[in-house]
Write a protein that binds this ligand. Structure first.
Ligand code: SF4
Length: 694
């Protein structure tokens, strides 16, 4: 029995784990947080939560948290604890010195999808205006950057089209490349409720995820495609819809570019895109593809929900656009119950993208080369800004290895663990003269850092997060920052030391600036958030109460754009040496690389990554359930225990990536999305063999 005592007061705030954005009452006794209670008026969760948000907050006071800044001259020296003034002065001197020798574009930074909108906005402002370069990027580079590119191209805006409530009006759901039960559990509960009421489900996933068959739920169709064949399968669905006359031509004529549609329809109708050709190549029964296509086109309101199983491919952007094509061709855009809905992974990855974290875009997704937008920022910030897009994360690392990129500020991100090709990331970091890591714990990236600035948890700051349905919600300070400063205050210190003055007394003032310069946030303020509880952008003169469902009267870009989505097989091929395909995912109780969840006292969050392997593949290799196995790819190798299961098809293996010992990204390849450089984490040719352990 755990005695937690009676709370004395509570503060409503937002979960800092996944993109569902559940609201919680943080119940306090004095300055001590005693429990997190799901908030019944939370618009995204309506009083529900998952195990992470409710119980996994103990990391905030974990003994391994770093609370003092640390510096060192080189990475082979021990850390030296210093005060904030010395740490900030050391950092600014190094960065200015680098720029004096190598130019403004020799440094850059990475914003955090874990931090607030206000903090992210400030970091990109510091980099663009204070550093004088557009070398800013964010972790969306390795997850949902294809969503941004694909949906902006087809619909005109880089975000999902619906609110979560919309699922209550849905008749047919496609879940593709997502496992909501584990990744977005509170949304999964709402989806399951709708399925129990009779909505039909199509699952497109190499693995038999929980939704395919669980108590009271059974998918009508499961397409267990070979990893890497998303584009072919979605195009084959379109083939059936077009060739069987199931497209909603009235919608398309009215809302989309008709000539582009006709060109697209002719393309998808080609025999090479038929289920009979695509199915055998992708490992799926052609009849199942036809059944799924007919169901989606004729079953009523159709909605697509997708995750990283769509984006983290060499054709991630192409798949997003193929899904958008499918939704437009069937008239499933612009009303409740339909739409294209990315299930965003991190709590504020949507917000990080909205706030101008990409090297080519200011907040609100306006290109840096747009003269009017750039001049507006120049006048407000009082400095000239570059109209040239900056470097993306992989390009920064390449340039570091080449000797032209020398300094990196990384806020709330462990790129050594989360980015592809660990050896290359390490080489890039090691080649730099100043790496600054701002985080809660000494992460793997910090091994290559010269400055460590302690970060804050969501419990120690005010701000806002934006969830997967574009919902902006308040984050409220529950306790004082244990390190003395909230993250946004540290950015102010660094900006001033760099000679660029930024003055804000409270994050609400940062939001006021965001709303002044970002058309889709024009009507957002802390006062409005207090009154409404939350706001879904766009919120402006046209939509003063926000926008739960987008593209109702017309697409943001005008006419919806159909894009030809030619399937191009990944360069990553299986063969005699690496005959199996590895794909990856998450479990409910862990979060990403586990920095927070592994540091909670609750033992339910511990455990290990396991390799799921089909019984045939295990038997062929003499592997028994629970055995240690060596997992080897062209890039590297690691060891983990095997779990024999028919959740995966023969020829496919699967693992989670939550534990640093597994080092899943030592295995993954260098291939990435053609449009955005999002890494191809979901397809790696591997071999598996019995081993004696690590
Ligand atoms: Fe937090 Fe996501 Fe769980 Fe909600 S579903 S409590 S936002 S981790």
């Amino acid at each position: 029995v755990i005695e937690i005592g009676q709370p004395e007061h509570s503060v409503v705030t937002t979960c800092a784990y996944c993109g569902v954005g559940c609201a919680f009452k943080a119940e306090m006794r004095g300055d001590e947080l005693v429990r997190m209670v799901p908030y019944k008026d939370g618009k995204a969760n309506r009083g529900h939560s998952c195990v992470k948000g409710r119980f996994a907050w103990g990391y905030a006071t974990h003994k391994e948290r770093i609370l003092s800044p640390m510096i060192r001259d080189s990475i082979d020296q021990p850390w030296r604890e210093v005060g904030w003034e010395e740490a900030i002065g050391f950092t600014a001197d190094r960065l200015k010195n680098i720029q004096a020798r190598y130019g403004k574009d020799s440094i850059g930074g990475i914003t955090s999808s874990r931090c607030t909108n206000e903090e992210t906005f400030l970091v990109q402002k510091l980099i663009r205006a204070g550093f004088g370069t557009n070398n800013v990027d964010t972790c969306a580079r390795v997850c949902h950057s294809p969503t941004g590119y694909g949906l902006k191209t087809t619909f005109g805006t880089s975000a999902g089209t619906q609110d979560f409530d919309s699922v209550e009006d849905t008749d047919v759901v496609i879940v593709i490349g997502a496992n909501p039960t584990d990744g977005h559990p509170v949304f999964a509960s709402r989806l399951k409720k709708r399925l129990r009421q009779g909505a039909k489900l199509i699952v497109i996933d190499p693995r038999r995820i929980d939704l395919v068959k669980s108590p009271h739920i059974k998918a009508e169709v499961h397409l267990p495609l070979r990893p890497g064949t998303n584009v072919a399968i979605v195009t084959a669905l379109a083939h059936v819809i077009v060739t069987e006359g199931l497209a909603d031509e009235e919608f398309v004529r009215e809302r989309c570019d008709w000539a582009e549609f006709q060109e697209w329809a002719a393309f998808v109708a080609e025999p090479r895109n038929s289920p009979e050709v695509v199915g055998p190549m992708a490992g799926v029964e052609p009849d199942a593809i036809r059944q799924a296509a007919r169901l989606f086109a004729t079953g009523g309101n159709g909605a697509v929900y997708y995750g990283l199983g769509v984006t983290e491919h060499s054709q991630g952007t192409t798949t997003v656009m193929a899904i958008a094509n499918l939704a437009m061709a069937t008239g499933n855009i612009g009303r409740p119950g339909v739409g294209v809905n990315p299930l965003r992974g991190q709590n504020n990855v949507q917000g990080a993208c909205d706030m101008g974290s990409f090297p080519h875009e200011f907040s609100g997704y306006r290109h840096v080369s747009d003269d009017a937008t750039r001049q507006m920022f120049e006048e407000l910030w009082g400095v000239p800004l570059s109209g040239e897009p900056g470097l993306r994360i992989p390009n920064m690392l390449d340039a570091a290895v080449d000797g032209t990129f020398k300094g990196l500020y990384v806020q709330g991100e462990d790129i050594l663990q989360s980015d592809p090709n660990t050896h290359h990331v390490a080489a890039g970091l090691a080649a730099m003269e100043c790496v600054i890591v701002q985080d809660l714990f000494l992460n793997e990236t910090a091994n290559y850092a010269h400055v460590f600035l302690p970060g804050c948890t969501f419990l120690e700051k005010d701000g806002t997060f934006t969830n997967a349905e574009r919902r902006i919600q308040r984050v409220r300070r529950v306790m004082a920052p244990l390190n003395g400063y909230a993250d946004w205050e540290v950015t102010l210190l660094l900006a001033r030391a760099m000679g660029f003055k930024m003055d804000y007394a409270h994050p609400s003032q940062i939001m006021d600036e965001i709303s002044r310069v970002t058309p889709s946030f024009k009507g957002v303020s802390y006062q409005r958030l207090e009154e409404m509880g939350s706001i879904q952008w766009p919120c402006n003169d046209k939509a003063p109460l926000g926008t739960p469902v987008m593209h109702i009267d017309g697409f943001v870009r005008g006419k919806g754009k159909f894009v030809i989505t030619e399937y191009i097989p990944t360069e990553e091929r299986t063969g005699a040496r690496f005959p199996l395909l590895l794909t990856t995912g998450r479990i409910l109780s862990q979060y990403n690389v586990g920095a927070q969840t592994r540091r909670t006292a609750n033992t339910v969050f511990h455990g290990e990554d396991r390799l799921e392997i089909h019984p045939h593949d295990a038997e062929n290799r003499g592997i028994r359930d629970g055995d240690w196995v060596k997992l080897q790819s062209r890039a590297g190798e690691t060891s983990l225990r095997a779990e024999i299961t028919d959740r995966v098809a023969p020829g496919v293996v699967y693992t989670t990536f939550h534990h640093p010992d597994t080092q899943a990204n030592v295995i993954t390849t260098d291939y990435s999305d053609w449009a955005t450089n999002c890494p191809e984490y979901k397809v790696t040719a591997v071999q598996v063999a019995p081993s004696n352990g690590p």
